[in-house]
Design a protein around this ligand. Structure first.
Ligand code: G6P
Ligand code: MG
Length: 214
C-alpha cells in the first residue's frame, strides 16, 4: 500500500523546465557554447552548479573559469530564470495536477515535492498548491543531487514513511534513476524511450491513472 507520492516539480507539475532551458541557453550562447534540446535532456533534474559544469564540459571550457566566475555564471542564470517565473500563477499548473492531488488527499496519501530546485518553495506558492503539499525537500540539505537517491530518501525519512511505500514522479532521466536507487516505484512523465528505467510512463501528468498505480 503506497502512503506517499513524491513529485518532481519542473516538467511534472508545471512547465518550468522550459524556462530553465531558456535561461541556460542564454548563458551558453554568451559563452559561445551551442546547446540544444537533446543536450538539455541531460540537464533536467540536475542541480544548478552541476548543470553549469555539464554545459562547460560540453563546450570544452571546463577549465576556462575560476570557481568565482562559475558562481557568477550560475547566479546570472538564476536571476534570469527567477525573472522568467515571476509571472507564474495557478494557470501555469499542468492540467490534471489539482485533480491528482485531490485524489491522493482523499485516500490519505501524503504529497511531497522532491525537486533539485532551490526555487521550489517559491513556485509552490506562485502556483497556489501550498495547502496540498505535506513536505518540500530542501535540496541544500542533502549531500548528493539526482541521480543519487538522496532527495527522495530525505522526503520519505522526514515523513516517517518507508521508501518501499513511496511513489516518485519524474520527467528526467536523472530523476527516474534517483527514484529507482531509492527503492521506490518510478512513474515517468514523457517518452518511454528516454525514461526506460521507469516502472510506468505517461506522456503527460494528466494521463496518470491512480487506479493503475495503487
Ligand atoms: C530542477 C530542474 C533543473 C534545475 C534544478 C535546479 O531539477 O529540472 O533544470 O537545474 O532543478 O534548480 P534551481 O532552481 O535551484 O537552479
Ligand atoms: Mg523535472
Amino acid at each position: 500500500q503506497y502512503k506517499c507520492f513524491i513529485f518532481d516539480m519542473d516538467g511534472v507539475i508545471t512547465e518550468t523546465s522550459e524556462q530553465h532551458y531558456q535561461a541556460w541557453k542564454q548563458c551558453a550562447d554568451e559563452l559561445g557554447i551551442d546547446i540544444d534540446r537533446t543536450f538539455n535532456e541531460k540537464l533536467k533534474g540536475v542541480s544548478r552548479m552541476d548543470s553549469l559544469e555539464r554545459i562547460l564540459a560540453y563546450g570544452n571550457r571546463s577549465h576556462d573559469f575560476t570557481a568565482e566566475e562559475k558562481a557568477e555564471l550560475a547566479y546570472k542564470k538564476n536571476e534570469n530564470y527567477k525573472e522568467m517565473i515571476l509571472k507564474c500563477t495557478e494557470d501555469d499548473l499542468f492540467e490534471g495536477v489539482k485533480e491528482l492531488f485531490e485524489g491522493l488527499k482523499e485516500k490519505g496519501i501524503k504529497i511531497a515535492i522532491g525537486s533539485a530546485s532551490k526555487n521550489a518553495p517559491t513556485l509552490v506558492n506562485l502556483l497556489g498548491i501550498k495547502d496540498y503539499i505535506d513536505y518540500i525537500v530542501d535540496p541544500a540539505s542533502v549531500e548528493k543531487g539526482k541521480p543519487a537517491p538522496d532527495i527522495f530518501l530525505k522526503a520519505a525519512h522526514d515523513l516517517g514513511i518507508d521508501p518501499s511505500a513511496c511513489v516518485g514522479v519524474e520527467d528526467a532521466e536523472a530523476g527516474v534513476e534517483a527514484i529507482k536507487s531509492a527503492g521506490m516505484l518510478a512513474v515517468g512523465i514523457g517518452e518511454a524511450s528516454v525514461l526506460h528505467q521507469a516502472d510506468m510512463v505517461y506522456a503527460h501528468t494528466k494521463d496518470i491513472q491512480l487506479a493503475d498505480i495503487l
